[in-house]
Structures are given as structure tokens and as C-alpha cells.
Design a binder for this molecule. Sequence first.
Ligand SMILES: C[S@@+](CC[C@H](N)C(=O)[O-])C[C@H]1O[C@@H](n2cnc3c(N)ncnc32)[C@H](O)[C@@H]1O
Length: 283
Amino acid sequence: MLLSEIHRNTKEKFDELKIQTSEIESRTIIKKILGLSDKDFIMDIKISLSNKESEYLSKVILQRLSGKPLSRIFGSKEFFSMKFDINEFVLDPRPESEILVEKTLDLIQENNLKSILEFGVGSGCIIAAILSNSIGTKAVGIDISEKAIMTAKSNLIKNGIKNFDLIVGDWGSSLDRSFDIIVSNPPYIKSNDIKNLDKNVKDHDPLISLDGGCDGLDCFRVIANQGAHLIKDEGYILVEIGHDQTKGVEKIFENNDFLLINKVKDYSKLDRVLIFVKKKIKK
Ligand SMILES: C[S@@+](CC[C@H](N)C(=O)[O-])C[C@H]1O[C@@H](n2cnc3c(N)ncnc32)[C@H](O)[C@@H]1O
């Protein structure tokens, strides 16, 4: 059988279920299971599937058709060109969060920032991407989930990252030092909206990584309040937000002596990252 036939059969199954990324997902599955490369697709090589390969391929296609994301099926995800193990205790890293990393790296470089705090590390993808792309920086990462912290630790070690301290905690309640910059992609979905989320999100991402309370803004209130004490004067806070939360989040941070200095849009041209600076308090 030609590789293009296997690819077409797989893609068609995904198309029937309106999986928008059918082309790339079909290729990814086939490449992974058969150990092939993009070049093999270009050459359209002949394949004879062993029984084992054929069974494995069918099993993965069925899992995907049932709504399980590929990252959950294979247990890993690429983020900022690094590989992260994913399990039921951590959010599946989203491509949009790479914007948060890019903007943080710009600020670190422009202002020679050294100490970073991340609230809600999950798989560790954000803190790992920041540390591996900045020199001389140190980071503390917090998560309320012990299992998430264990996953993040293992991911940072596997990616050869040093200079980090990962702590189980309820936001910054156990911290007594200040940082140059705080970053967070907190849970920000309204509790009542969670049931309407896509199956591949609501059935697979942990509730604690999604639920932002009644209006979706609960975590921002705590982060802004604690951030005011945990950040140095003129330090920065970057937060990832939901597309309709700009005004609400801006107000919360302004009430805690932060000034909004930049709004960054994602690939769909929606506000995704807000950057605040802590106002210098006159004594
Ligand atoms: C949206 S996920 C972000 C995970 C990861 N940073 C990422 O972007 O892929 C939010 C994270 O915040 C953590 N979290 C929720 N409530 C928390 C709290 N009270 N204190 C610390 N972390 C919390 C969750 O366990 C989850 O890992």
C-alpha cells in the first residue's frame, strides 16, 4: 500500500468528525507509529503494515475519534521546540502560551531581569522555555497540585534545565521574597462555561487547571493582590487571559497598583497576554 493511501484513509476518518487539523494529525500519527519522516511522505513510499502496526494505528485512530487529543494518547507535547511529558494531572500546553514565553524573554533581555516567579506551572512548559532561553536567570515555580509539580520537575530535568525551585503551594502564600518578574497562565474559564468546552478539553485537562470561578477572574484577583507584595518596584507581571477578559483583568491589576503597558494578541487576533508594570510607590 502507498503511504498516501494510509494517510488519505486516516485523514478521511478525521474529516468525517470535522477535526480541523485532520491533515497534520493524520501525518503525525503515521510518522510516529511507523517511524517515518516528512521525506517518506514526499517520496510516497510503499508500506506493508505488520499486524502489530495495523492494530496500533487503528487503536490510536479510534482513541482520537473518541475525542482524546494526540498529546494525551502519546503522553507528550512539543512546546517552544522542547518536549514535555503530559499526564492527567497537567494542562495540555497550548501554542498560544508560547506568546507569553516570547514576551517574557523580551522583557528579561531588555531589562536584564534575573529572578522569575511562575504561578501555576502545570507541566513546567512555560518556566522551562523561559529558563532554557535566558542566561543567568533563576526561577521559582508554584502549583497547588503535587502531581503537577512532580511532572514539572521531571520535565525540567529531562530538558536539562537548572536554576529552578518548584514548590507545592497555594499561589504565593508561602513565599517571603520578591521577584523581578511574575508570569502566569492561570485557570480562567467561568465555572458555568466548563461544561460547554470542547470534549478534548473538558474530558482531559484537569478541572483545577481550567476553573476560574464564577466570572473566570478569581485567580487574577489573588495573583494581582499577592503579586503586589512579591514583586520589586517597577517589576513586571505577564498574564495569559481569555479573549473577553482584558477590561476585567486590567481593572483588577490597576486596583493593586499595576499599570497595563501592553496587550498582545494571539494568532486569531484576540487579546491573549497582558503585561503590567508595578508602579513605584512614593514614600
Ligand atoms: C491553566 S494551567 C497552566 C499550566 C501551565 N503553566 C501551562 O501553561 O501549560 C493553571 C495551573 O494553575 C494551577 N493552580 C490552580 N489553582 C492554584 C492555586 N491556588 N495555587 C497554585 N496553583 C494553582 C493548576 O494546578 C494548573 O497547573
